[in-house]
Design a protein around this ligand. Structure first.
Ligand SMILES: NC(=O)c1ccc[n+]([C@@H]2O[C@H](COP(=O)([O-])OP(=O)(O)OC[C@H]3O[C@@H](n4cnc5c(N)ncnc54)[C@H](OP(=O)(O)O)[C@@H]3O)[C@@H](O)[C@H]2O)c1
Length: 317
């Protein structure tokens, strides 16, 4: 397993991070049992994954806690989160403190490596700074959390407004960013700043639905072709990204998407969520493979250079 340093935290982590939320929630969303989900986390650890991302909201913290019970605590880096709106009201410092305690109990640990504010929109950021940051600092001083993180709200913040501000404020050690082959805005508008400030980055939405569902990808590209954002000829294709799949290139579009994210400058860890042991193994293999061929990257840019904001949502059913 390839490893990297998570920005100024100095933590050495696997480049592949197990996401315990997303559409899969370790398979719980698609009917897997808690025991199966626990086995999946154990498989991830046995396969060399050392960064695990969960959240109070996902309902997977206890599963992670059970899975790590038999491994040395310092062999894994645990990241979890609390929303900044709970039950329709802005989260208070007291509720954040309760959430931290609840996460510690559920994870069965006495410290959390990276505690993140979850899905913070640009509009909610200032309030989070005034109401919640002091409590996070208290928890850090008490040894309950080691590093502070903040995650953006994907589809609602396509130009990374919140994280741009957060990097400037200098208090956040880690940021979670939406980034993929058809949403590369962070490369120009965020990663130069995170790199300069030493803010560690966790990438979400590298694959999500669009690069796992060929029908959704083709339909999304057709919409773009209809509005002239990409060449019209792409509308006729059921597999508009299949030029990436060839001997010497990627074995699948899904693999290409993981490799693209993994090797983009400024990306530390690529998160993936899955309920499938086969997908877990395949994703680790993809993330350990080299960058996509330069000619494929050039064609991607040529065809889709004007595209952003794709792959953040699920398909309309
Ligand atoms: N704002 C936030 O803080 C926020 C928001 C979203 C996500 N996250 C974090 O980021 C993590 C990743 O989430 P994500 O949004 O990037 O989506 P994701 O949950 O990683 O989505 C991947 C999807 O593709 C499928 N998949 C995975 N590997 C595959 C493969 N090799 N072949 C085909 N299908 C595959 C998965 O389903 P299967 O079960 O079938 O594999 C899943 O539905 C989450 O778990 C969470 O930790 C954070």
């Amino acid at each position: 397993m390839h490893t990297t340093t998570l920005g100024r935290t100095g933590l050495r982590v696997s480049v592949a991070g197990l996401g315990c939320g997303g559409f899969s929630r370790l398979g719980l969303s698609t009917g897997k049992t808690a025991a199966e989900a626990t086995a999946l986390v154990r498989l991830a650890i046995d396969s060399g994954i050392t960064l695990i991302d969960t959240a109070a909201q996902y309902g997977t913290e206890e599963i992670v806690g059970e899975a790590i019970r038999h491994v040395p605590r310092d062999s894994v880096v645990l990241a979890t989160k609390c929303l900044t709106v709970l039950d329709g009201a802005p989260t208070t410092a007291a509720r954040l403190a309760e959430s931290i305690e609840a996460s510690l109990r559920a994870l069965g640990t006495d410290y959390i490596d990276v505690f993140q504010l979850h899905g913070v929109s640009p509009e909610r950021y200032d309030r989070a700074m005034t109401d919640l940051l002091p409590e996070l600092i208290r928890a850090r001083e008490a040894g309950k959390i080691r590093f502070l993180g903040i995650t953006e709200s994907g589809g609602n913040d396509r130009s990374h407004t919140m994280l741009q501000q957060a990097v400037t404020d200098g208090v956040w050690d880690v940021g979670m960013v939406a980034f993929n082959m058809l949403h590369r805005t962070a490369s120009d508008h965020l990663f130069p700043a995170t790199q300069a400030a030493g803010v560690g980055t966790l990438v979400m939405h590298a694959v999500r639905s669009i690069f796992a569902r060929p029908d959704f990808l083709a339909a999304s590209i057709r919409e773009l072709a209809a509005t002239g954002v990409v060449p019209a000829r792409l509308a006729a294709s059921d597999a508009p990204l299949d030029f990436l799949v060839h001997a010497g290139g990627a074995a699948s579009v899904t693999e290409a998407a993981y490799r693209f994210a993994r090797h983009s400058a400024g990306v530390d860890v690529v998160l993936f969520g899955t309920g499938s042991a086969d997908h877990l193994r395949a994703n680790i293999e993809s993330l350990n493979r080299p960058p996509l061929p330069a000619a494929d990257l050039a064609e991607l840019l040529d065809l889709f250079g004007n595209v952003s904001g794709l792959g953040l949502e699920s398909p309309k059913s």
